[in-house]
Design a protein around this ligand. Structure first.
Ligand code: PMP
Length: 782
């Protein structure tokens, strides 16, 4: 398991989007990438030549940890020339990119729990870098009407004794906003009175437009300079992103701390890149001016195009190379069935429909916006803007507000609960009395289910359990003088008790305490019915997924991890197979026949089955559901989250795939009509599943061997993580108790079943539905 702190952060969104755009391009889709965070200009020739010279002169070894003295001198000289400020070498460090300087700086400054103030919209890395230092990012939202600038009032109000630093990114990624000297003075005035550092990220300081006068924070006075760490680098100004050189200037004590950390992380930045950067900083500067002039032209063009789009606003940046328009007016609109709900939805829509990659504003802490980079050719910008405008124009208010009324119950308990299945009679009586005392006439629901001829009465105070119970089973009409075969109490809201199930076999009483989830109730009912059925009715419960072909049935039995569900739905994809049961069948083997019943009126299916059988989604929409995820924060699908490809972001009000704990009560006949389903079949084939890469596809088992495997109920080559699970006799988790005489009884019944059906040990690791069909169709003429 990786650490909690790393688990909580996502990879850089720009990297993810770039990867997606690249993958689409590889598929032949012509994507315009406006997500890039680097100039499209080549590194200047003189700079490249300096790098090559470094190699030729064998300048290819470790350098001084903090950077070569020559480069440090060049950094100092550049600051002197640009701002007239003096720094000593001990106040400078060169790192592998400004990002590395920033990371080391935050590690050096911030102790666990200390706060760093970050105005939003912010560059994506700031909060994550603070979180990785176990500090607390304090996000201070700025307003578009204030030019996305931090105000002295807001800064002052956010500072407290835990505040360690504030980050001021000038000009800003993603907004392009820059601070005038007067604005900076006002912030400096607040800082003066406080014991905090200022982290001034000025990496875009050379990319300034119109006649805006850039001022560095460190120029605001000697006292401010002592509290400020200036972060900059050559990546953006000299089009050197891949060379990885950044630097920091600040108090010697802080720089010394950073140097210690750097000596244990990256050591010195690349020797070759340092030589090239020396040329960049000390050599002629006209390439920078040329690049800035070109960016200004592109910014003007994009702004002009964006202003023509109805209902969006866009701040006019004074620096950097991004635009940060507000697209929120479009967030409830839709086109081609895609409804936009947020900036991720917008990004997804533009990627799919406009073939333009942009970055969702939410990654910068401003969901109303999207970020466009104009660091790409004018030709690309023209095409990209055309596409964005065209796709945006297609977004319309949904005609009918499509209210998807998912019937979804959210339960407190999400999965199985511990079961105490050997409750003595006295304890059973005590439990029943306790349950009865909590069932008042106003909150009491009762219903008799007919489960394979066994009548089970539910007594509950949970309306959701009652709803699912009624939906799940066929009804059992009770004559006035007839008693049910078994009773289950499901009572919620009992103070001081943990969620738990109890069972007393003597009286066929089940008790479910403080469990509002249907799964445990259904399992308890099936356990009770199996117990009664075996002893009193000669019925055997067989756990597995069953299908019918021409009146003969097959059942797939096996532990989790053997691909049972996948195989099952593959088989059902062939319309000669009819669905019988998705979880358990009840069989009455006699006279060479094994008639098997599906006893559930509706199937309690995990909704993530949509992954194997996408057609189910539309059916679940109209089913009663339990614990379907409706908020991204509740999603448990790590893979999906990692891919950043969430259907909740893309406009869907819920996701069936997001949780293993979500279920739907599905009417099986909805899958393919009444003809594609049957309640009864005669079991003819039993497939016990295993999954490995070496065993043969199918081995026909003799009765004794089959009984041995079934009784042991071991994982038989299931995935490693699951094979450690406890063996499950007869692969049936609904058995409730497995005393010796019980297992003996199961063995007798299974023996009878095996007299009627052929049994195979089937390896789903090497074979699939085709091999099952070959066996089944080879033996049956249909
Ligand atoms: N700060 C800001 C605001 C940035 O946008 C970036 C790059 N996207 C950096 C720092 C890091 O630059 P470098 O490539 O030097 O690590």
């Amino acid at each position: 398991m990786i650490s909690e702190k790393v688990n909580r952060i996502g990879a850089s969104p720009t990297l993810k989007i770039a990867a997606k755009a690249k993958a689409m391009r590889a598929e032949g889709i012509d994507i315009i990438d406006l997500s890039v965070g680097e100039p499209d200009f080549p590194t200047p020739e003189n700079v490249k030549a300096a790098g090559i010279r470094a190699i030729q002169q064998n300048f290819t070894k470790y350098t001084e940890n903090e950077g070569t003295p020559a480069l440090i001198k060049a950094v100092i000289a550049r600051i002197k020339e640009d701002y007239g400020l003096d720094y000593s070498p001990a106040e400078v460090i060169v790192s592998s990119g400004a990002k590395s300087s920033l990371f080391h700086l935050i590690q050096a400054l911030v102790d666990e729990g200390e706060e760093v103030i970050i105005p939003s919209p912010y560059w994506v890395t700031y909060p994550q870098a603070v979180a990785l230092a176990k500090g607390k990012p304090v996000i201070l939202p700025t307003k578009e009407e204030n030019g996305f600038l931090l105000t002295p009032e807001d800064l002052k109000a956010a500072i407290n004794p835990s505040t360690k630093a504030v980050i001021i990114n000038n000009p800003s990624n993603p907004t392009g906003a820059a601070y005038t000297r007067a604005r900076l003075e006002a912030l400096a005035e607040v800082v003066r009175g406080e014991d905090i550092y200022v982290i001034a990220d000025e990496i875009y300081s050379k990319l300034i437009y119109d006649d805006f006068q850039f001022s560095t924070f460190v120029s605001l006075g000697e006292d401010i300079k002592k509290k400020t760490i200036l972060i900059s680098g050559v990546s953006k100004s000299y089009s050197m992103t891949g060379w990885r050189i950044g630097y920091a200037l600040g108090p010697a004590e802080v720089i010394g701390g950073m140097a210690k950390i750097q000596s244990h992380s990256t050591s010195n930045a690349s020797s070759i890149s340092q030589q090239a950067s020396l040329e960049a900083l000390a050599g002629p500067q006209y390439e920078v001016t040329r690049m800035a002039a070109e960016f200004q032209r592109r910014r003007n063009y994009c702004l002009m195009r964006l202003h023509a789009v109805p209902n969006i606003s866009c701040f006019k940046p004074q620096g950097a190379f991004y635009l940060f328009p507000n697209f929120s007016w479009y967030y409830d609109k839709e086109a081609g069935g895609i409804q936009i709900r947020n900036s991720y939805g917008m990004a997804y829509y533009l990627l799919k429909e406009a073939r333009v990659a942009i970055v969702p504003g939410d990654s910068f802490g401003a969901d109303d916006h999207i970020r466009l980079s104009y660091a790409t050719s004018m030709e690309n910008l023209e095409k990209g803007m055309d596409r964005i405008i065209e796709a945006t124009a297609r977004l319309k208010t949904p005609k009918k507000v499509r209210r998807v009324a998912l019937q979804n119950a959210v339960t407190r308990v999400k999965k199985s609960v511990p079961v105490d299945s050997s409750v003595p009679l006295k304890m059973r009586d005590g439990l029943v009395a306790e349950m009865e005392s909590h069932l008042t006439p106003e909150n009491y629901y009762e219903w008799n289910a007919n489960i394979s001829g066994v009548v089970v009465q539910l007594r509950t105070n949970v309306s959701h359990l009652y709803d699912f119970w009624v939906e799940n089973w066929y009804p059992a009409q009770l004559e006035a003088d007839l008693e049910p075969h078994g009773i289950i109490y499901a009572v919620d809201g009992i103070a001081g008790r943990e969620p738990r199930a109890f069972y007393n076999s003597e009286t066929k009483t089940g008790v479910l305490v403080n469990t509002d989830n249907y799964g445990p109730l259904r399992s308890l009912a099936l356990g009770l019915v199996t117990d009664v059925g075996e002893r009193s009715f000669g019925v055997l419960g067989v756990r597995g997924m069953s299908a019918d072909i021409g009146g003969k049935g097959l059942i797939l039995i096996g532990p989790p991890g053997t691909g049972k569900t996948e195989l099952f739905f593959q088989l059902l994809g062939d319309n000669r197979f009819r669905l019988h049961s998705s979880d358990i069948v009840f069989v009455r083997p006699s006279g060479g026949q094994a008639p098997a019943d599906c006893v559930e009126r509706k199937l309690y299916l995990p909704t993530n089955t949509v992954e194997l059988f996408p057609r189910l989604a539309a059916l679940f929409d109209s089913s009663r559901c339990e614990n379907v995820i409706t908020h991204k924060e509740d999603c448990k699908d790590a893979e999906c989250l990692r891919l950043d490809d969430c259907r909740l972001d893309r406009g869907s009000p819920f996701c069936y795939k997001a949780s293993k704990e979500a279920h739907a009560m599905l009417d099986a006949s909805w899958i393919g009509g009444k003809a594609a389903q049957t309640k009864r079949t005669a079991l003819n084939w039993i497939f016990i599943l295993r999954s490995d890469s070496v065993s043969p596809a199918a081995v026909r088992l003799q009765k004794e061997e089959a009984l041995r495997i079934l009784e042991a109920g071991e994982s038989a080559g299931a995935k490693k993580s699951l094979s450690a699970a406890r063996p499950q006799p007869y692969y049936n988790p609904h058995l409730l108790f497995t005393t010796e005489d019980r297992l003996e009884l199961e063995k007798v019944f299974f023996g009878r079943l095996l007299d009627c059906a052929s049994c195979y040990l089937f390896n789903s690791g090497v074979a699939g539905a085709a091999e099952i069909k070959a066996i089944v169709l080879g033996e049956t003429q249909v």
